[in-house]
Ligand binder design. Structure first.
Ligand SMILES: [Zn+2]
Ligand SMILES: [Zn+2]
Length: 885
């Protein structure tokens, strides 16, 4: 397509075929504990979008990096293949979800191959095959065996016109209309299947602390989702309705409870709604638990405060949630922001009962009550206006009150609910249950698994319900007539253990080979979108823990390191089909090649950050790859014959520096930094070739390093250039380049050269020198490096005294005293520079850069060879500059 660029299409095709021929990305079953790198498997929608490309380039680059470092790597791919969109697409196109899904998988597989992702396709899984979903059913039975499955009533969306259950996604708009017929959707109670994740709430919460390889944001989201609260459960007497259980974390504020509030679906609220028009109006139409403002309605009831005996008004309020705590709470507007807002709105009393603990508090005196009329005081403190409890600290008061109140007991509440997995849809795993009139719901015996989906029926309702023949069966217990369960499983069940299936995708008698899973798990690096922070990532942790407790898995956490990648945006907005602001990966691959697309994305931003797609950025990335290819061509065709001189040693040091930094950055998955270093080295090599006849060995070492450092991100061109440079084998199997120096040394050396060049520029500018004749760079004398080292290590108060104990420093007289004072003044921020010899060598090797910039000869001079008047200005890390003009 682009005349100006290299022939990316030919290069990419050639290497994709070569990898394929050699099975380059296969992970044999007998490898020991490979590094497991995994991207969240996609839903086969039929089109790879930029978000996928970013996610899978991250895992692919990291997998390739680890492999070149010598690790065995497991990098599989599969399909989250069940779900509603396939069902809808099938209805629209008058086909069936299975054919549509497999068509999409075929297309996306081709697209992934065209991106050069190195997957072990022998391990591919698709969750919609009976070979996979039979294990969802088997696991459901095991969970059932362990008492982790429950059947109970739950609300579902119901369209009275279509007479069918609707998924949340099928309820449209604020008016909540059926997507198919625009009838207002109703809520209905239906018996549903639940997995009892709450049994694991404490462990799921507490072990988050150990997930050090996870982003803090995700860990916090999981903590909030589980939402454990320690508090007190106690009873309030509500006139005419007996005792009502309430939960509070702040029983210390009970003397300030000025009203009582019930959730809209609390049994008392529902009872009231039958006779009280205002309550009914509120419960049915006005309550908005998601709203910013607390709303409510007064009732005629009062509740009795169990401590003060006071009668307080009862409200029905939408900020009380029935699924959190008990659905009833005592409201303390003086010490809770939401209660405060509600009390202000309803003109209820606001009483201060907690005072901030005074700094000089004696532990007895009751402090003055704070003013809470404008704002609640929400911290712990000291009780006031609380009768015999006044003067106690909050924590003590909580313990005493919980003991003293007859109906009170310590209680732990969770936000986390059990996981409802019933879906009234076709394209999912059939829940393996048979309903018998005599025996009730009965598990399908393991030997009868899988319960396979019947052929798809295009109906307005649930196709499984319409599959009469499939539904009719016999009871495994009594042999009588029975019917199959027609609900299918939430597809999050499929994704809660798919990472285990990859270790033995063909296993016929078990969901996964236990021994291998124990060796290969956990996933070392998992990458996916932040939208999965809670459900998928929490459910996977739950499954892993259950499998550890009951199936012999020796791991309790599935993912050691997690990276939540940022979004690819277009002009500041998330790319989305519905907004029409997408860039097609297909087009980019055709115009510029997969390597360009991958490299552009990885260098545009750190993987966690959002970034804006830029066509200009894509073009300049393509131009970079084209230039690199030309450099290799030129080198191979015209073997240079330069000397191993100071310039070569500078370039050599830069090669080391680049390898040292880029390797570290790859290891931390900050590819953008690694790639910037690699591009800088490429530029240095080009400047070298422009300025001098390169030393062949050094130049080739540079090219070979650049090719390998780019290989994880631009694998096709890297293979091509590796081959052109005459190396054997695939670059993906090549050894990662190694550096002779560490990152700290590299940083010091670079800082020295950069500062020196800046100093020269400053002098030339300030002194108005038009055409410098010669430039001397004078390094500091030996004793100064010693003095600096002593100053860094010393903890003596009198640094100068300590320095003067060294005779060779003392001998320097005023110069030593003056430098000693500088060191004393800057003591907090001192850091060691390179040693004298390293500094001299580094400057000598960088001299060509200065010569090139100022077009004047440069000498790097030792202190003893220079004028004292010049040497005075030199310090370690900061040579003196002398310019003749
Ligand atoms: Zn409808
Ligand atoms: Zn039966």
């Amino acid at each position: 397509m682009s005349d100006a660029g290299y022939d990316h299409a030919a290069v990419e095709r050639r290497w994709q075929e070569a990898w394929d021929d050699e099975d380059a990305y296969r992970t044999p079953d007998d490898v020991e504990d490979p590094t497991y790198v995994l991207g969240m498997y996609p839903y086969p929608s039929g089109k790879l979008h930029m978000g996928h490309v970013r996610n899978y380039t991250i895992t692919d680059a990291y997998a390739r990096f680890r492999r070149m470092q010598g690790d065995e790597v497991l990098h599989p791919m599969g399909w989250d293949a069940f779900g509603l969109p396939a069902e809808n697409a099938a209805k629209e196109r008058d086909t069936n979800p299975r054919d549509w899904t497999f068509d999409c998988i075929d297309t996306m597989t081709d697209q992934m191959e065209s991106m050069g992702f190195g997957y072990d396709w022998d391990r591919e899984i698709a969750t919609c095959t009976p070979e996979y979903y039979q294990w969802n059913q088997w696991l459901f039975s095991r969970f059932h065996d362990e008492g982790l499955v429950e059947r109970r009533d739950a609300e579902v969306n119901w369209c009275p016109h279509c007479e069918t259950v609707l998924a949340d996604e099928q309820v449209e708009g604020e008016a909540e209309l059926c997507w198919r017929c625009d009838t207002p959707v109703e809520q209905r109670e239906l018996e549903q299947w639940f997995l009892r994740i709450t049994e694991y709430a404490d462990e799921l919460l507490e072990s988050i602390d150990d997930l050090e390889g996870w982003p803090n944001s995700v860990r916090q989201m999981q903590r909030n989702w589980i939402g454990r609260q320690f508090g007190t459960e106690l009873e309030f007497q509500v006139a005419g309705h007996g005792s009502v259980e309430a939960f509070t974390t702040r029983v210390d504020t009970i003397h300030g409870a000025t009203f009582f509030a019930l959730a809209p679906d609390h049994p008392i609220s529902e009872e009231l709604a039958e006779t009280d028009d205002d309550v009914r109006q509120f419960v049915e139409h006005e309550a908005d638990p998601e709203g910013d403002e607390p709303n409510g309605v007064a009732t005629d009831l009062t509740a009795t405060n169990p401590v003060t005996g006071e009668e307080i008004p009862v409200y029905v309020a939408d900020f009380v949630l029935s699924d959190v705590g008990t659905g009833a709470l005592m409201a303390v507007p003086g010490h809770d922001e939401r209660d405060h807002a509600f009390a202000t709105k309803m003109d209820e009393e606001i009483v201060p009962v907690i005072a901030p603990k005074p700094d000089d508090w004696d532990g007895e005196t009751v402090p003055d009550a704070p003013d809470v009329s404008e704002e609640a005081f929400t911290d712990d403190g000291v009780l006031v206006n609380s009768g015999e409890y006044s003067g106690l600290e909050s924590q003590t008061a909580r313990e005493r009150l919980t003991e003293d109140i007859d109906s009170a007991a310590e209680s732990t509440q969770y936000q986390l609910r059990d996981w409802g997995i019933s879906r009234q849809r076709y394209w999912g795993t059939p829940i393996p249950v048979i309903h018998c009139e005599d025996c009730g719901p009965v598990m399908v015996p393991d030997e009868d698994l899988p319960v396979e989906l019947p052929e798809f029926i295009n109906t307005t309702g649930n196709p499984l319900d319409a599959a009469e023949e499939w539904k009719a069966t016999t009871c495994p217990d009594c042999g009588g007539d029975a019917t199959r369960e027609t609900d299918t499983m939430d597809t999050f069940v499929d994704s809660s253990w798919y990472f285990l299936r990859y270790v033995s995708p063909g296993a016929e008698d078990v969901p996964f080979d236990l021994e291998r899973a124990n060796d290969w798990m956990p996933v070392d690096q998992y990458v996916g979108g932040i939208e999965h922070a809670v459900m998928h990532l929490l459910y996977s942790r739950f499954f892993t823990k259950v499998l550890a407790d009951h199936e012999g898995l020796e791991h309790r956490e599935p993912f050691t390191n997690l990276l939540a990648q940022g979004m690819v945006q277009l002009e500041g907005e998330k790319m989305s089909k519905s907004k029409g602001n997408t860039v097609s990966p297909q087009r980019i691959v055709e115009e510029y090649g997969a390597d360009t697309a991958r490299l552009f994305m990885m260098q545009a931003a750190q993987p966690e950050r959002d970034f804006d797609w830029s066509e200009e950025g894509v073009r300049s990335t393509y131009a970079f790859l084209t230039r690199l290819q030309e450099m290799v061509d030129e080198y191979v065709n015209g073997q240079p014959n330069g000397d191993d001189d100071a310039i070569a040693s500078y370039v050599d040091a830069e090669i080391d520096a680049t390898i040292a930094i880029a390797s570290g950055k790859y290891d931390e998955l900050t590819f953008n930094r690694a790639l910037r270093e690699t591009q800088d080295l490429t530029r240095t090599l080009r400047q070298y070739a422009d300025y001098a006849e390169p030393h062949a060995e050094t130049y080739e070492r540079g090219l070979s390093a650049v090719v390998r450092l780019l290989a994880p991100v631009a694998p096709h061109l890297a293979e091509e250039l590796w081959d052109e440079l005459g190396y054997d084998g695939f670059v993906v199997d090549a050894e990662w380049p190694t550096a002779q120096v560490d990152r700290d040394y590299v940083a010091k050396r670079r800082r020295l050269v950069r500062n020196t060049r800046e100093d020269i520029r400053d002098i030339v500018e300030v002194a108005g020198i038009e055409d410098p004749e010669s430039i001397d760079v004078v390094v500091a004398p030996d004793w100064m490096y010693d003095a600096l080292e002593i100053a860094i290590e010393s903890d003596a108060d009198n640094l100068i005294g300590e320095l003067m104990q060294e005779s060779h420093i003392r001998e320097q007289g005023d110069a030593a005293a003056s430098y000693g004072q500088d060191l004393q003044a800057g003591r907090e921020a001192l850091s060691m520079t390179l040693g004298l010899d390293d500094e001299h060598a580094a400057l000598e090797s960088a001299a060509w850069l200065i010569e090139r910039e100022f077009d004047a000869p440069v000498s790097v001079v030792r202190a003893e060879e220079a004028d004292d008047s010049v040497v005075t200005n030199a310090e370690p890390g900061r040579p003196a500059i002398e310019i003749e003009d």
